[in-house]
Design a protein. Structure first.
Length: 113
């Protein structure tokens, strides 16, 4: 389950950021998980529950924003919305799409005490 590995990387980032802010506790984690990021948000929440236990972010609230995917169609030249990888261009039906957004996971911010 790769969500467990992702949860560990998130913890690394959060611990570094918390240290930089001289925080004693992380209250909220703000994550941005694009719809095309290939991350199961439910599984990630579960993994974070386990990984954050007994850390500086123990019991932190996890806010998840899921920006929609977007792509550029190489055939018709439209910028289109894309709910998942492998879908055809809604404008012309081509599968030659280059993903341009909504494919990343990042820690948008943390709220600390
Ligand atoms: Zn198209």
């Amino acid at each position: 389950m790769h969500e467990m590995a992702i949860a560990h990387s998130i913890l690394d980032l959060v611990e570094r950021e918390a240290a930089r802010q001289h925080a004693s506790h992380v209250r909220t984690l703000e994550l941005e998980i694009g719809q095309l990021a290939n991350v199961d948000v439910g599984a990630l929440r579960f993994a974070l529950d386990v990984v954050l236990r007994d850390t500086i972010a123990h019991g932190a609230r996890v806010d998840v924003a899921e920006p929609p995917g977007s792509a550029f169609c190489l055939r018709c030249g439209h910028d289109v919305a894309l709910a998942r990888r492998g879908e055809a261009c809604p404008a012309c039906g081509s599968y030659q799409l280059a993903v341009t957004g909504g494919d990343t996971l990042r820690v948008a911010g943390i709220v600390v005490d």
